[in-house]
Design a protein around this ligand. Structure first.
Ligand SMILES: Cc1cc2nc3c(=O)[nH]c(=O)nc-3n(C[C@H](O)[C@H](O)[C@H](O)COP(=O)(O)O)c2cc1C
Length: 357
C-alpha cells in the first residue's frame, strides 16, 4: 500500500495562501466549500460525467447510483443546502448531515476546527451541529429529483442526540432514521462521532444490536427499502472491527463506511486542545489513509458480501484505484478539499488517466 502524494501546483499554493489569510477563521474557511462548489464551473476543469456506478444489494434495497466513485463525506454539508452544486466537483454523490432529531448548536468552545499544514490534516470537535432532521430532510426532498437525474446520489447521515436520557435513546435515533429513510437514496448511521463528549455507540455492542435490529424492522414495513451503512471509527482493533461487522451483517445492514475521524488522543500528534475533554477532537486527512486502506482490506477479506466504503485521507486518484481494487464499492473524501485545488477533478483525472502522471 502506497500513500501516493501529489506535486503542489500553482492552485494548491494559492489555496495555501487563502488558508493563511483566513487562519483565524476556521469555520468560515470550512463553510467556503459550498461556495467553491457553486462557482466551480467558472474556473472550469474536467468534470467526470461517464463514470456511472451502480451499487446493487442482494436484499432488495434500491441500488445506489453514482456518477463517479467519489462521494463527499458527512460533515461538509451538514444541513442539505445547495446539494447539486457539489456535482461540479467531480463527485458522484454526497452524504448530508450528520443530522440529529432536533437542531443542535454543537460544541460551544471556539475554535472547534484546526489545520496542521505540515501533515495536511484537519482536527475538529464540532459536536454534531445541525438544523435537525426535519428541516434537513425537507431541503433534501426539494433537490433530490434533480440529483437523481444526474446519478448524483444523496445520502443522509443520522446519529442519536448526544446526552439524551437513557430510556429515550433508541426512540430518538429511530425517529431520526425514519424521517431520513423517506427521503434519502441511502442512509448512514454515524455510530462513531468522537466529538460530542458522549460515549460512542460502536463500542456498545448490546445497544448496536438493538439499534440495527429495530432499523431493520422499520425497513421491512417501509414502501421501499433503502441501503443502510454504519459509519465506524478507524481506531477499532481488528478484532473489534470483525466482531462488529459480524453483528452488522446479521442485522441486515448493507455496508460500512471505514471510517470516521480518528480520535486525537490515540495519535502521537500534539495539537491544540479544542474541547472540554482536553482533546483535539477527531483527525482527518493524509495521516489516516493507511489505516483506512488496511481496514477496507480486512473487512472485504472477511465479509466479501458487505458493501465497504473507504474513507480517510484519500487525496490521490491512485489511492481511489487501490481501494476499489481492494473491493471498496466507492470512496468518500472530505479534507482534501482544504489542501488541494480542484481536488475532485484532479483525483478523477489520476484515476482515469494514470498514464499521464
Ligand atoms: C470539520 C469536520 C466535520 C465532520 N463532521 C462529520 C459529521 O458530522 N458526521 C460524520 O459522520 N463525519 C464527520 N466528519 C468526518 C468525515 O466525514 C470523514 O469521515 C473524515 O474527515 C475522514 O475523511 P477525510 O480524511 O477525507 O477528511 C467530519 C470531518 C471534519 C473534518
Amino acid at each position: 500500500m502506497i500513500n501516493y502524494d501529489y506535486t503542489l501546483g500553482f492552485g494548491d499554493k494559492l489555496l495555501a495562501f487563502i488558508r493563511y489569510v483566513f487562519k483565524n477563521h476556521a469555520e468560515f474557511r470550512h463553510s467556503c466549500l459550498g461556495l467553491y462548489a457553486k462557482f466551480s464551473p467558472i474556473w472550469g476543469g474536467f468534470v467526470c460525467k461517464n463514470e456511472k456506478r451502480e451499487i446493487n444489494f442482494s436484499d432488495g434495497s434500491l441500488p445506489v447510483n453514482l456518477c463517479s466513485p467519489m462521494v463527499l463525506a458527512a460533515g461538509a454539508n451538514k444541513n442539505g443546502k445547495g446539494i447539486n452544486n457539489y456535482a461540479n466537483l467531480g463527485l458522484g454523490g454526497i452524504t448530508v448531515g450528520t443530522a440529529t432529531r432536533n437542531f443542535r448548536i454543537g460544541n460551544t468552545r471556539r475554535p472547534r476546527v484546526g489545520l496542521d499544514e505540515f501533515n495536511r490534516l484537519i482536527y475538529n470537535s464540532m459536536g454534531l451541529n445541525n438544523d435537525g432532521i426535519e428541516k434537513i430532510s425537507a431541503r433534501v426532498e426539494k433537490q433530490i429529483g434533480k440529483a437523481r437525474k444526474h446519478n448524483f446520489a444523496v445520502g443522509i447521515s443520522v446519529a442519536e442526540t448526544p446526552g439524551i436520557a437513557e430510556e429515550k435513546r433508541l426512540q430518538d435515533l429511530l425517529e431520526t432514521f425514519s424521517i431520513a429513510h423517506k427521503t434519502a437514496d441511502y442512509l448512514e448511521v454515524n455510530v462513531s462521532c468522537p466529538n460530542t463528549g458522549e460515549d460512542r455507540l460502536d463500542l456498545d455492542t448490546a445497544f448496536m444490536a438493538q439499534v440495527f435490529s429495530s432499523i431493520e424492522d422499520i425497513r421491512k414495513t417501509s414502501p421501499c427499502r433503502k441501503a443502510v451503512y454504519a459509519k465506524l471509527s478507524p481506531d477499532l482493533t481488528d478484532k473489534q472491527l470483525l466482531s462488529l461487522l459480524d453483528l452488522l451483517s446479521q442485522s441486515g445492514v448493507n455496508g460500512v463506511i471505514l471510517g470516521n475521524t480518528y480520535p486525537s488522543e490515540k495519535l502521537s500528534y500534539s495539537l491544540p486542545v479544542l474541547n472540554d475533554k482536553g482533546t483535539s477532537g477527531g483527525i482527518s486527512g493524509r495521516p489516516i489513509y493507511e489505516n483506512a486502506f488496511k481496514k477496507t482490506s480486512l473487512a472485504k477479506k472477511h465479509f466479501p458480501n458487505l458493501s465497504v466504503v473507504a474513507c480517510g485521507g484519500i487525496d490521490h486518484g491512485l489511492k481511489v484505484r487501490d481501494l476499489l481494487n481492494e473491493g471498496a464499492d466507492f470512496v468518500q473524501i472530505y479534507s482534501v478539499f482544504a489542501f488541494r485545488w480542484m481536488a475532485g477533478q484532479k483525483i478523477m483525472k489520476e484515476l482515469l488517466c494514470p498514464s499521464n502522471l
